[in-house]
Design a protein around this ligand. Structure first.
Ligand code: FAD
Length: 606
């Protein structure tokens, strides 16, 4: 099996405020209601819906009920290795996976979950389809699972023996010059309304390529809009524009009681707050989101290169120098994306910028380049430094980039596919990967002070001895404009996000553990790599007082998930969950309220 060290994110390139508004829902559910549901129904159980029940649901959703097929069936035995390998190719295409009811972007997570089709799927085409499905699942005590772009690392959109609510067909994108959230006072703002099943590439195409504006979404173009926003959500330019969730102006969703709600700062403000980072698949099924748009910055650009240090000591000094230059010249709204620190003492640079011109880009890197070029520092450019800027309107113009010979994007090459269906080449290695381990941690900006930089560099070197460590600067908001940081603090995302200069990520994985791929799965080796991820995470956690990490990019086996994902916000999120979903219809691994349930979400355990 080919071992891969994953540099998660897009390597190519990106509530409290609500207090004072009364919630209109009424009193919270009584404890008796809360404890009513103890066990969900599986196929074969006497309470499993009859064929007639399923026929009724099919009629209610206009025929949109299907039986998903197992995408990996041809690889589950070693009988026909050639056939499995041949079809593996299409499973490296994120759009192919996204177009299948049973498709998930990663194959699974070691000792956590593996992709498996639901028993039935509703490919909802309207809010009414969603309502009918939610009510059916509730009335029949089914395990309901919600899927949009299918990019959950934790398997949040995958559950065997479940009914899948798939938002794939809800993908209208409407750009507004002036949008007024219902019942909210103030001036209308420019915005975009997006069906919950849309992928970010479709939104960027409409907003930036065709309308010349900017919307804060994800870095990976094939991530689902709803899933990203519900988890908080970062893109390459988040240091300038903030969390995807902070841009949410309004959402339509169906809650566990089967009610359609339009929520915003004025309507159901608690629920609206929870949707902006409280996690996907937890508070209801979002059908539509409206997000603020911004004027496009003057330029968008990037800087790249790789520096080889002569040995570990030179690498530690290189990192310290880089972090000093980062704090002085790059920790500002202009710069995002990442560097990777490898076991071979290489610092790989894959940064992007917005709003600054070519001269400002060159100036930002001058001091660091001088450090690398000084012979006494024992570093060499393994890949020469390069940089450039472009018209930001062309950033997501996949067709234009392709015509210009760029290899930044890969394309959906299936016959008849829309030529705009593209993904950053740097995200390719994650498609259909089986994760062995994954960890993330917000690194506070205090660690960049003169006193702390040395210990930080030393810890990063130790953490990078067996696996690459990525520093994702756009996923920590220290250095962002004050308003952007304040907007992040007004969401349920852990407050550490606003104080962090970067999110450190360590992850590893390989090909799916399937006999049809022709090589036995080496479980001990995979577990050893998972241990290496945990060891790296421990090195970095030792640096910070209160560890915190990003819910959407985290360890499946994390013990303190409530504290690390949401910290002080957890009690409020839990209260909102109990109020809007007292029976726990919406369950996801490590989601708010999931502590009440068995790991598979079938048994209520408290
Ligand atoms: C290759 C890759 C690249 C990534 N890049 C980035 C990145 O650049 N920036 C970043 O911040 N994150 C990134 N992520 C993480 C990603 O943002 C989250 O996994 C996100 O939740 C995925 O949303 P989705 O709709 O694609 O996935 P899904 O798996 O479909 O959904 C994720 C979760 O949200 C729930 N959900 C989905 N739709 C709805 C809905 N309509 N209503 C209610 N719940 C819903 C699901 O039940 C599930 O629990 C990346 C992930 C992958 C695999």
């Amino acid at each position: 099996m080919q071992r891969r060290a994953l540099l998660i994110g897009t390597a190519a390139a990106i509530a409290g405020a609500l207090a004072g508004h009364a919630d209109a829902l009424g009193p919270p559910a009584s404890p008796a209601t809360k404890r009513r549901l103890l066990r969900r129904v599986r196929p074969g159980d006497p309470d499993w819906p009859s064929d007639a029940d399923w026929r009724r649901l099919r009629a209610d959703v206009g025929g949109a009920l299907t039986v998903p097929t197992d995408l990996w069936a041809d690889c589950r035995s070693a009988a026909d290795v050639d056939r499995c390998r041949r079809s593996f190719g299409e499973r490296r295409n994120p759009y192919f996976l996204g177009d299948q009811a049973a498709g998930t972007q990663v194959y699974g997570y070691l000792d956590g979950w593996q992709t498996a089709p639901s028993v039935y799927a509703v490919a909802a085409r309207s809010t009414a389809d969603v309502t009918a499905t939610v009510r059916f699942a509730r009335d029949h005590r089914l395990r309901l699972v919600v899927k949009g772009g299918g990019h959950s690392y934790l398997g949040g959109s995958n559950a065997p023996d479940s009914l899948l609510l798939w938002t794939h067909a809800l993908r209208d994108v409407v750009v507004h010059d002036a949008f007024q959230p219902a019942g909210v006072r103030g001036n209308p703002v420019a915005a975009v309304s997006v069906g919950a099943g849309a992928l970010w590439m479709e939104v960027y195409d409409a907003v930036t390529t065709r309308h010349g504006r900017y919307v804060q979404g994800g870095g990976c173009t094939t991530v689902g809009v709803a899933g990203l926003v519900l988890g908080g959500g970062f893109g390459s330019f988040s240091k300038g524009f903030g969390l995807g969730a902070a841009g949410l102006l309004e959402a339509e969703l169906v809650t566990a009681d089967g009610t359609v709600r339009v929520v915003n700062e004025a309507r159901d403000p608690d629920l609206f707050w929870a949707l902006r980072g409280g996690g996907g698949g937890t508070f209801g099924v979002v059908t539509r989101l409206t997000l603020a748009t911004h004027p496009l910055p003057g330029h968008a650009g990037s800087a790249w290169g790789a520096v080889q240090a002569a040995d570990e000591a030179a690498f530690a000094r290189l990192l310290e120098a880089f972090l000093r230059c980062y704090a002085a010249s790059l920790m500002n709204p202009a710069w995002g994306e990442q560097v990777k620190l490898t076991p071979g003492n290489v610092l790989e640079i894959s940064m992007v910028c917005q709003g600054i011109d070519e001269d400002a880009v060159a100036e930002a890197w001058r001091e660091f380049r001088a450090y690398v070029d000084a012979p006494a520092n024992r570093c060499t450019w393994q890949e020469p430094f390069g940089s450039g800027v472009r018209d930001p309107r062309t950033w997501w113009d996949a067709v234009g980039r392709k015509a210009a010979g760029s290899t930044s994007f890969r394309f959906d090459d299936r016959p008849g596919a829309d030529p705009r269906r593209a993904w950053w080449s740097g995200d390719s290695e994650q498609v259909s990967a089986f994760l062995y381990g994954y960890d993330s941690l917000w690194l506070p900006a205090d660690l960049l002070s003169d006193a702390e930089r040395g210990p930080l560099a030393a810890a990063l070197v130790r953490a990078s001895r067996r696996l690459p460590v990525g520093l994702h600067f756009n996923k920590g908001l220290a250095g962002a404009p004050d308003a952007v940081r304040a907007a992040a603090r007004a969401t349920p995302v852990h407050p550490a996000c606003a104080e962090a200069f970067a999110l450190a990520i360590v992850a590893t994985g390989g090909a799916p553990p399937l006999p049809g791929l022709g090589r036995p799965f080496d479980a001990p080796a995979a577990r050893a790599e998972a241990r290496a991820v945990r060891e790296a995470g421990r090195e970095l956690r030792a640096l910070v007082g209160t560890p915190a990490c990003y819910v959407s990019e985290s360890d499946y086996h994390l013990a303190d998930w409530r504290e690390e994902f949401w910290g002080p916000h957890y009690p409020r999120l839990r209260a909102i969950k109990d109020r809007f979903d007292p029976d726990g219809l919406f369950y996801v691994h490590h989601g708010v309220g999931s502590e009440d349930w068995s790991d598979d979400g079938f048994e209520r355990v408290t």
